[in-house]
Every structure is written in structure tokens, then in C-alpha cells.
Design a protein around this ligand. Structure first.
Ligand SMILES: [Zn+2]
Length: 228
């Protein structure tokens, strides 16, 4: 089903790195019947790349837990090891980072994986060509554009805003009260560990409560919302 046949507004979430705070965040999305896409680095396990931010220890989810955790949501490529693809020159290595992550996720989740989020938002023209040749449908950058309008080039997709953005609730209000002629998409992005680090779980919950349960908004994964 293409949501545009029945709705003019859609909301979707795009969250990176597959960290353990996703457990609480997925539970929050589920409680409000919201849908998201989780961009995972299948080459990094629970103990492989642990870091501490403002006293919060950050781990990737244990591999054996992810299939159940993200059930009902979408998973997408975030590369095997989270390099900045803009800084990489070896085409074979870039292809491996992307395509092996895709293969791993398809094997673990048993579904086609057609989307991506660029680690650090970094990419080059060659990366886009690689994604196109491998039938990726979209790839999300980290540059918020504060727009709801549909975008022509989905392989350099700009999300609407990060959840920490001071304009988050203002944008939510604009979407909810608007009466658009054309379809509109609100794509919120971030990392769920930031809710711990910045102590913003409640703020996010307030946003979820406000944006959810509205008859004229379609709530879907990135693939469902961005796909045409
Ligand atoms: Zn990332």
C-alpha cells in the first residue's frame, strides 16, 4: 500500500548505531504505535566499541537480541564498522562495508534490506552510484533540512530534524495543524543513547505523545514512508 492514497502526512524515525538504549526507545515507539528504522553496524558487537559520554557507558546491542528487539520496525545498513565513507578511498573496502552489512542484516532478520544511513553523514558520488547499482531505495544523511516536502533524490535524503533540535515541537505543531495540498514527511533522526546522555527521555516521550494517534497521519518505517 502506498500511504499517499489515503494520507497527506507521514511521520517516521531514523535511529543509528543499534545501541542498548534502543530497547527502551523501541518500547516507547511501540506504546505510541509509532514506527522507525534502525541503522545497524553488524560488524560491531556488544563489547567491541564501548565508549563513555558524560558518564554513560554506550554499548551496541547483543547480536542475539536484535531480531526480537526490532520486530515490527525496519533495519537498515549503517556499514559494518562505522567508518566515515567520505574519508575512504578504497572502493572495494567501501563496497564491503556497505554490502556485507546488508547481507548480514538480511540473513539475521530474514527480510530484504533496502535502506541506509551514512555514518557521520559522510559519502562521495561513488558511494551513491554503488547504492544505486545495488538497488538501495534510500540513504539518510545527517543534515536536517526542516522541510516536510518530498525529496527527489532519496540516496542523499535529508531528515527533517534531530530530536535535540530546539525546533522539534514547533515543527511537530506545524505538521499537525497544517492542511497541505502535497504529501508531507516528518523524519526525526538521532541516537537513542543521547536520551540517557542528555536526560531527554521525557522530552522525547512528550513528542511521541503529541505526534501520535492522529487519523490524518501515516506512521511508518523509512522504507514505507519514503518509498513511492
Ligand atoms: Zn552512527
Amino acid at each position: 500500500m502506498n500511504w499517499r492514497e489515503h494520507y497527506r502526512k507521514a511521520v517516521t524515525f531514523s535511529y543509528d548505531d543499534g545501541v542498548t538504549q534502543d530497547i527502551r526507545f523501541v518500547d516507547m515507539l511501540n506504546r505510541y504505535q509509532l514506527k522507525g528504522t534502525f541503522n545497524l553496524n553488524s560488524g560491531i558487537g556488544y563489547v567491541d566499541q564501548v565508549w563513555t559520554c558524560k558518564g554513560v557507558e554506550i554499548h551496541r546491542c547483543r547480536r542475539e537480541t536484535v531480531r526480537d528487539l526490532y520486530s515490527g520496525h525496519e533495519v537498515a545498513v549503517h556499514t559494518l564498522h562505522h567508518p566515515n565513507l567520505y574519508e575512504m578511498t578504497d572502493g572495494e573496502q567501501i563496497a564491503r562495508e556497505i554490502l556485507e552489512d546488508q547481507e548480514n542484516l538480511e540473513r539475521v532478520f530474514g527480510t530484504p534490506v533496502v535502506g541506509m544511513a551514512y555514518p557521520f553523514g559522510g559519502y562521495r558520488e561513488e558511494t551513491i552510484a554503488l547504492l544505486r547499482a545495488n538497488h538501495f531505495q534510500y540513504a539518510r544523511t545527517t543534515k536536517s533540512n526542516y522541510f516536510f516536502e518530498e525529496q527527489e533524490e532519496l540516496l542523499t535524503y535529508a531528515p527533517t530534524c534531530h530530536h535535540n533540535d530546539s525546533r522539534l515541537m514547533e515543527l511537530a505543531d506545524r505538521l499537525v495543524t497544517g492542511e497541505p495540498e502535497q504529501s508531507q514527511i516528518f523524519c526525526v533522526w538521532g541516537h537513542s543513547y543521547e536520551f540517557d546522555v542528555d536526560d531527554t527521555w521525557e522530552k522525547m516521550e512528550e513528542f511521541c505523545r503529541f505526534i501520535s494517534d492522529r487519523d490524518d497521519i501515516f506512521y511508518g518505517t523509512n522504507r514505507e514512508v519514503l518509498g513511492r
